[in-house]
Design a protein around this ligand. Structure first.
Ligand code: F6R
Length: 357
């Protein structure tokens, strides 16, 4: 039920701090270890490469998961769009582990990959919000997102839950492989939950920001580098699917290779700047688009902020910044759709779970 909320999407955005806390509760063990199934731990330990398969928002979460698994656990990861996988099946490693990320657990594109790789005899882990779902039943292992039912077509709390659970999988895999990590993930996730709460309290600011910057535009660009780039892909998807503003996410460094031709007087360019190592370079990309007339809307993070930034998210551990930068992106899309009188929870042409290929 929506309760006092005008839309499920807004309710689900607001639920994110609680989802983070529930994930901490569900996965935290008393000892140093995380409460991950021993079978999953063994499967990750035994594999020499992980193949993440997903669609849409879940694919975007997978891109961030790849970074966690490679940086923390040292496992090579490939991320594939489910619908493309069988056309260009990569040469598989000797001991692949397939990880399916799916909120609904019913996405037909992902399922057809699962059927194929099972025939080949490879193990599969499904990360899903619906444990009894098809992808969960048909895989060898399941990790539950614990996000609670997601009703709005646009995925919000499932996306951040996917990122958190992927971080847990990465940390657990690192430990299983005998690697030392210099941070306590559960403690950092608790900080994220508090930060998310501060962000969901700033709805009026986001509403105003949208009114000022996305009021009449037909298009918008999202730019970022490194992890911020992946969050930009998700920010753009969110905006286009519910507000019908044509929105695209780009890697900051790619602009000059073509996309910058589209920048006109007043074109909104949302830039994400939450990563220290790319802060200067993304800001110089912003200068390039502003010099061509763009209207820049910079989202940065405490510690890296500058006076001209439109919005500053609270500081969290560098690996976990997508969990906080996603929230203003979701609110941006929400208010843009609201201002345009769009059907926020049920955008045209879309279904909550896509059971056809
Ligand atoms: C976008 C959105 C979709 C889904 C995609 C995969 O907001 O919700 O892009 O992420 O259809 O769905 P699942 O995760 O259920 O496999």
């Amino acid at each position: 039920e929506k309760g006092t909320y005008p839309h499920f999407m807004l309710k689900e955005i607001d639920e994110q701090p609680f989802v983070m806390r529930r994930i901490i509760q569900e996965y935290q063990d008393d000892s140093e270890r995380l409460k991950l199934d021993e079978d999953i731990r063994s499967a990750v330990k035994a594999c020499d490469r992980i193949y993440i398969i997903a669609a849409g928002t879940s694919y975007h979460a997978g891109l961030i998961g790849k970074q966690f698994l490679e940086k923390m656990a040292g496992i090579p990861v490939e991320v594939h769009v489910a619908s493309e996988f069988s056309y260009n099946m990569p040469l598989l490693s000797e001991k692949p582990l397939f990880v399916f990320i799916s909120q609904s657990g019913e996405t037909a594109d992902s399922r057809s990959v699962l059927v194929k790789i099972k025939e080949m005899g490879h193990p599969a882990l499904t990360i899903t919000n619906v444990p009894g779902s098809t992808l969960s039943r048909e895989a060898n292992y399941t990790l539950h997102l614990h996000a609670g039912p997601e009703i709005a077509v646009a995925s919000t709390k499932a996306y951040t839950a996917q990122i958190a659970v992927l971080a847990i999988l990465a940390v657990d895999s690192a430990r299983a492989r005998g690697l030392e990590l210099d941070f306590d993930l559960m403690q950092e996730l608790a900080i994220v939950a508090n930060a998310m709460e501060m962000l969901t309290d700033q709805k009026e600011t986001m509403d105003e920001l949208v009114r000022e910057n996305l009021g009449i535009t037909r298009n918008a660009f999202f730019i970022g580098r490194s992890t911020d780039y992946f969050v930009c892909l998700e920010g753009a998807l969110k905006l286009k699917e519910i507000s019908y503003i044509q929105a695209e996410g780009f890697a900051g460094g790619e602009l000059k290779h073509g996309t910058i031709a589209l920048i006109e007087e007043g074109t909104p360019v949302v830039a994400l700047a939450t990563q220290e190592n790319v802060n200067d370079s993304i800001r110089s990309n912003v200068q390039e688009v502003v010099a061509r007339g763009a209207n820049d809307i910079i989202f940065s993070i405490q510690g890296l902020e500058r006076d001209s930034d439109a919005f500053v998210v609270p500081h969290v551990h560098e690996l976990l910044t997508p969990l906080v930068s996603a929230v203003p992106m979701q609110l941006l899309a929400y208010y843009a759709a609201l201002h345009r009188d769009c059907d926020v929870d049920k955008p045209r042409n879309l279904a909550k779970s896509v059971t056809v290929e």
